[in-house]
Design a protein around this ligand. Structure first.
Ligand code: FE2
Length: 337
C-alpha cells in the first residue's frame, strides 16, 4: 500500500520509483518486483494486461503501480453500449451519431447533446449496467463504490476545435479524486488512434508542475452553481492544468472494439488527443473505488497532486447505491490552506 508523497522543501517532488510496500503485498507482485529491481531505477515498466484472470485485489495493486488493463467486451459492457447507442441514435435520428456532426448546424448539435448526456448519466439503467459490468470484471459489489457513468463525445474538427479543453493533459487526482480511484473507459462505436485518449506512462512515477494547488472540489461545485445561477455561459472556472512542457511522445493509445473496457489509475497522466478522424467519438467512462483502499489510504503514489477536498461524496456502493460512510468522506475533505 502506498502513501502520499510530500513535496520537498523547494516544492519539487521526488522522482518516484515503485512504492516499496507494493512489493510486500502479494506473492505474485513480489515475483514481479524482483524482476523490476533488476532493471535500472529509472526504467519503470508499464504492463498492459489483456483479458487478465487476475483477482480484483491484485489488479488494483497493479493499477496503483501504473499498469493498464484491457478487457474484451463483457455481457454488461455490451448492454451498456447498446443502451447508449439506443439513446444516442434516437437523439440524433435520422443521422448516425458518429457522422451527425456533418449534418447539423452547431447550435442544433449542441442542443441534442445538452439533452442526451444528462439523460444517460441520470438514467437508472445506466447505473444498473455499470454495477453488472463491475461484477463481470470481478469487482466485489459490496466493497466497490462508483460514480455515475458519463457519456462523452469528442467531435472531429468541429465545434470544439481549437479549444484547449480538448487537448489538456491531466491526472484525475488533480481534481480531488482519491489516489485509489480507478477509471473505466469504453468506446460506444468503433474508435481509431486519432480519436481515443493518450497515456503518458513515463510520468506515472514522475511529478510534473501543475496548478492543482488551486483546486478544491467543493469550491468548484459551489462556484459552478453560482455561475450557473448567474447564467454565465463561458467557462471561467480555473481547472488544474500543466505548468510545464510535457514530453508527450511517445504516448500510448489503446484501441478496443466497442464495449471493450480499459481500466487505469486516476493518477495516470492522460490527454484527449485532437480528433482528426472525421468521426465523432462517443465513449462511456466511470470511476470506482474499493472501500478497503479508501479506509487504508491505499492507492497510486502521489507524485504531484496538491489539490484539496474530495470527490468521494459522489460515489455509491454497487450493491445498494448507498454512499461511503460520511466520516470517511469527511476525513478526505481537506480545505485549502
Ligand atoms: Fe481524465
Amino acid at each position: 500500500m502506498s502513501t502520499r508523497v510530500p513535496a520537498r522543501p523547494d516544492g519539487s517532488f521526488p522522482v518516484a520509483g515503485r512504492p516499496p510496500s507494493v512489493t510486500a503485498a502479494h506473492p505474485s507482485v513480489t515475483r514481479w518486483a524482483k524482476t523490476y529491481r533488476e532493471l535500472p531505477q529509472e526504467a519503470a515498466v508499464t504492463v498492459l494486461h489483456f483479458d487478465s484472470p487476475m483477482s480484483d485485489d491484485e489488479r488494483r495493486e497493479r493499477l496503483f503501480a501504473g499498469d493498464l488493463f484491457v478487457y474484451s467486451p463483457t455481457p454488461h459492457s455490451m448492454a451498456l453500449i447498446a443502451f447508449a447507442r439506443q439513446m444516442t441514435e434516437t437523439a440524433f435520428a435520422p443521422h448516425f451519431p458518429p457522422e451527425a456532426q456533418h449534418h447539423l448546424a452547431g447550435p442544433d448539435y449542441v442542443r441534442v447533446l445538452a439533452d442526451l448526456k444528462p439523460s444517460f448519466i441520470n438514467h437508472p439503467r445506466s447505473a444498473e449496467l455499470v454495477r453488472g459490468l463491475l461484477s463481470d470484471l470481478g469487482a466485489d459489489p459490496a466493497q466497490t463504490y462508483f460514480d455515475v457513468p458519463r457519456l462523452r463525445s469528442m467531435t472531429s474538427e468541429y465545434l470544439n476545435a481549437g479549444l484547449t479543453l480538448q487537448f489538456e493533459s491531466h491526472r484525475d487526482t488533480w481534481f480531488s479524486a482519491p489516489m485509489s480511484q480507478l477509471n473505466f473507459w469504453l468506446p460506444v462505436y468503433d474508435v481509431v488512434e486519432s480519436n481515443v485518449m493518450a497515456f503518458h506512462p513515463g510520468y506515472f512515477h514522475t511529478g510534473v508542475r501543475n496548478s492543482s494547488r488551486d483546486y478544491n472540489y467543493a469550491e468548484w461545485v459551489a462556484h459552478g452553481r453560482t455561475a450557473a445561477a448567474a447564467q454565465v455561459h463561458a467557462e471561467t472556472r480555473r481547472q488544474p492544468g500543466l505548468e510545464q512542457e510535457l514530453e508527450g511522445e511517445p504516448d500510448l493509445r489503446v484501441v478496443t472494439p466497442p464495449g471493450g473496457v480499459l481500466v487505469f489509475s486516476g493518477a495516470q497522466l492522460h490527454t484527449t488527443v485532437p480528433n482528426t478522424s472525421g468521426r465523432t467519438r462517443f465513449s462511456i467512462d466511470f470511476r470506482a473505488v474499493n472501500l478497503a483502499d479508501v479506509r487504508a489510504r491505499a492507492g497510486a503514489r502521489n507524485v504531484d497532486s496538491e489539490c484539496t477536498g474530495t470527490t468521494l461524496g459522489d460515489f455509491r456502493r454497487a450493491t445498494d447505491l448507498t454512499p461511503l460512510p460520511a466520516e470517511l468522506v469527511e476525513s478526505y475533505d481537506t480545505v485549502p490552506a
